[in-house]
Design a protein. Structure first.
Length: 385
């Protein structure tokens, strides 16, 4: 993985940077026990896990797996696939979005246990080595995203938002093991955050409840650029120099510079209800989204856009967030984790886990699907094969 991301999670660097910082807690390693994390032998999935029945997935280790450095400096193989839904970490407070790199998972904690603020935490993908707290004292974080320039997460200091000219920080960044720094501030309440090539993207609501699109350079203190007011945007994604927005029951596209409106992604057969979450891939010229009524939809983007969606399936109950690989769109609902075939057709969604405690954030790699829950757990199960 790129050096900046690796340095971000190197314990010794983080300890030195956070020793005297108010907003960055000293790294904490929580050892696994019982339901508190994966077994130290990650080849043995948690027994009695809540969720779906054994789907026949095997746990595998590969000799040529990516390596990370544990706190003791020993190489660590994290190329593991879990046979059953498995708890990697628990007791963390209500959790929000989750992201990953080659070896680690990163998520936001909306509210830490015994605290009124949240933070950012991380663990190895097999759940061993304990949970590392990267930042604490963060107000209501929700979204998180990772790229070469650092780890970004959204915050909300005040709700409702302050009236202009007062401002609050909207996006924080962690990089090179240093304390988190504010990237941009505005008189908005943060709704959603995403990344594009050179910019942080956000949806904000002002004191008059108007919704706005905004961007800011990926540099501390960058002033926000505000785009057009929108009716009810609830999802945002970026790719290259374009912004994609789920605005009510349709999906629009804008230029990153100047917010000029581009070819609409979907204006009909977009799924009933509001867009809950949205993904785009400019290399494939495709977008995928889920709506609050359960529709999982895809449509071409850019020059290939037809403005008409293709509903892959309808899932229940209400979708929260989505992730995808080449075969499935993965969906957290209010009590389940599902896999919808990306090609559509007659095949029904696969139930990866059920009776979960309000699963929310979701991420996927070549081995596992990972998700967060409202009862403070990070969970994983092998991708369908």
């Amino acid at each position: 993985m790129e050096a900046s991301v690796r340095r971000l999670v190197t314990g010794s660097v983080l300890v030195a940077a956070c020793a005297a910082a108010v907003s960055c807690a000293e790294p904490t390693f929580v050892e696994s026990n019982g339901d508190g994390g994966a077994s130290p032998d990650a080849t043995k999935p948690e027994d009695g896990s809540r969720g779906s029945a054994d789907a026949g997935h095997d746990v595998v280790h590969h000799a040529d797996a990516p390596l990370d450095v544990r706190r003791d400096g020993a190489p660590h193989d994290v190329d593991v696939r879990f046979k059953k839904p498995t708890t990697l970490a628990s007791g963390l407070g209500a959790l929000g979005a989750i992201t990953l790199d080659v070896t680690r998972l990163y998520w936001v904690v909306r509210e830490l246990p015994s605290a009124t603020t949240g933070g950012v935490q991380s663990v190895l993908k097999d759940g061993t080595g304990g949970v590392l707290t990267l930042a604490a004292g963060q107000p209501s974080p929700l979204d998180i995203a990772l790229d070469l320039s650092g780890l970004y997460f959204s915050v909300n200091t005040a709700s409702p938002p302050p009236a202009a000219p007062k401002t609050q920080c909207l996006v924080m960044r962690l990089v090179d093991g240093k304390s988190p720094t504010c990237i941009t501030s505005a008189s908005y309440q943060m709704v959603r955050m995403a990344l594009a090539d050179s910019e942080v993207l956000f949806i904000g609501v002002d004191a008059q409840t108007n919704s706005w699109l905004g961007t800011a350079a990926k540099a501390p203190g960058a002033p926000p650029n505000t785009g057009p007011a929108r009716a009810q945007p609830q999802a945002i994604a970026g790719y290259g120099t374009e912004i994609y927005v789920g605005d009510g029951s349709h999906v629009d596209a804008y230029a990153l510079t100047g917010f000029a409106m581009l070819n609409a992604v979907c204006q009909q057969t977009c799924g009933m209800g509001d867009v809950a979450d949205l993904l785009v891939d400019g290399d494939l010229d495709m977008a995928w989204w889920a709506t609050t009524t359960g529709a999982v939809v895809t449509a071409p983007i850019g020059s290939m856009a037809t403005r008409t969606g293709n509903i892959l399936d309808t899932v229940m109950p209400t979708p929260q967030r989505i992730a995808r690989d080449t075969s499935y769109v993965y969906v957290t609902t209010t009590d389940s984790v599902l896999a919808v075939p990306i090609a559509g057709g007659a095949a029904p969604p696969l139930v990866l886990a059920m009776n979960e405690a309000s699963p929310f954030g979701i991420a996927v790699d070549e081995n596992n699907v990972y998700w967060t829950t409202a009862d403070g757990r990070v969970r994983a199960v092998g991708v369908p094969r």
